[in-house]
Design a protein around this ligand. Structure first.
Ligand code: PLP
Length: 429
């Protein structure tokens, strides 16, 4: 029996669904998840020793390529000095300063261990700061799995066709107002009706959890203008887009200064680090300074912070984002050209090292558009590529990631595989 299959069967006997995070289970595409035991540069290897060109990148963190030698060396060095102290360390100051240098809107910063903790904490902080209960989020945006945010969310929830989670009390979800993404009118109307009760608006400024859908300029301007007018906190959830779509994240592209920002993924260089931060007057409400409680045994873990610091150093080297963007565009434009040649309805977009592709001719601009893409073709394409040695995320509702290790030649190899895959699936169109 295939070793991936063997391990999956065994995993299911002890781990629910055989996985420790739902989208890993291949639920929407079917088949056996690959059990990966090695990753280097642009590649991952499974338990059968099969190599794949990897466009998942650990769901975003692997921007400098897997197991980058400088990151690995820094981590090994740090580990020798102790794995965790539970005290303040100098490197926590360094990484916070580095983050503020890159994202100046983050005047004060707190480190946590996951994106979920970061977004959950910003919601509590915004509520504590404003003394209001209601929050606004957008359909198809995923902000981690805390109760208030698991309402009409994206990512794994969409993959499994159940955008709101069981187990979230009605009392919680009624404070979460869910609006359509990129719809200025709905936003204006909600603020006109309930503006004084809204603690915050949380948004994925370039959504990546209903596949990749950027916010329009009008939408972003309305977000900033209305939150300012009504005294609500604007939260940019840049857990995915931070250091990914551009060094300074989506806020640097939009020219917007959010009140609070959440980051994760890239900031840990593959280890569990995330952070939230923003206006100093709001952050002053966090414990021990203020009354909003937030804590973590392993927050600012010294080994993880070292991985993050080294990653931040690498991504600030000359031309890092120019090359990353060029290669990501090569992939996205190349896929579109090949698919069109094969008469397959297809479109694609990219920003920095992030891309999305859709089995439809017109680029989607909201969740409803995404629902109209051809999921069957996605599934066929996914497996046609996987069997040829290129791994994309196992869901039509996830964005993809290119790393600095994905050379132009590796992208060209991928496009060669895609030409075969599109020809194969064209037969079913
Ligand atoms: N926010 C966004 C935009 C995300 O994409 C994710 C995870 O994919 C999260 C928050 C949650 O992060 P984590 O999985 O580290 O808890």
């Amino acid at each position: 029996m295939d070793r991936n299959q063997q391990l999956f069967e065994k995993a299911k006997t002890i781990i629910p669904g055989g996985v420790n995070s739902p989208v890993r289970a291949f639920g929407s595409v079917g088949g056996i998840p690959r059990f990966i035991n090695k990753a280097q540069g642009a590649y991952v290897w499974d338990e059968n020793q099969t190599r794949y060109i990897d466009y998942v990148g650990s769901w975003g963190p692997a921007i400098v390529g897997h197991a980058h030698p400088e990151v690995v060396q820094a981590v090994c060095q740090a580990a020798k000095n102790g794995l965790s102290f539970g005290t303040p360390t100098e490197n926590e100051i360094r990484i916070a300063e580095e983050i503020r240098h890159i994202m100046p809107s983050m005047e004060q910063i707190r480190l946590v261990s996951s994106g979920t903790e970061a977004t959950m904490s910003t919601i509590r902080l915004a509520r504590g700061f404003t003394g209001r209960d209601n929050i606004i989020k957008f359909e198809g945006c995923y902000h981690g799995h805390s109760d208030s945010l698991l309402v009409k969310a994206g990512s794994g929830l969409l993959t499994f066709g159940n955008p709101s989670s069981a187990g979230v009390p009605e009392d919680f979800s009624r404070h979460t107002l869910v609006l359509p993404y990129n719809n200025v009118e709905a936003l204006q109307q909600t603020f006109a009706n309930k503006g004084d009760s809204i603690a915050c608006v949380i948004v994925e400024p370039i959504a990546g959890n209903m596949n990749m859908i950027p916010a329009t300029t009008e939408f972003v301007r309305a977000l900033r203008e209305l939150t300012e007018r009504y005294g609500s906190v604007l939260i940019y959830d840049e857990v995915m887009t931070g250091f990914r779509v551009a060094l300074g994240g989506a806020q640097s592209i939009h020219g917007i200064k959010p009140d609070l920002t959440t980051i994760g993924k890239v900031i840990g260089g593959g280890m569990p680090v995330a952070a939230f931060g923003g206006r100093a007057d709001i952050m002053a409400n966090i414990s021990p300074l203020g009354a909003v409680y937030q804590a973590g045994t392993l927050s600012g873990n010294p080994v993880c912070v070292t991985a993050g610091l080294k990653t931040l150093e690498i991504i600030q080297r000359p031309d890092f984002y120019t090359t990353l963007s060029k290669h990501t565009r090569q992939l996205s434009d190349g896929l579109t050209a090949i698919a069109r040649e094969a008469n397959i309805p297809f479109s694609s977009r990219s920003e920095g090292g992030m891309f999305g592709f859709y089995f439809t001719d017109n680029l989607p601009s909201c969740f409803a558009d995404m629902q109209n893409t051809n999921q069957i073709l996605f599934k066929e394409f996914f497996h046609a590529m996987l069997s040829r040695g290129a791994a994309f995320a196992p869901s039509a509702y996830e964005a993809g990631f290119v790393s600095a290790a994905h050379s132009s030649e590796i992208i060209a190899d991928t496009l060669g595989l895609a030409a075969e895959a599109f020809t194969e699936i064209a037969r079913t169109v």
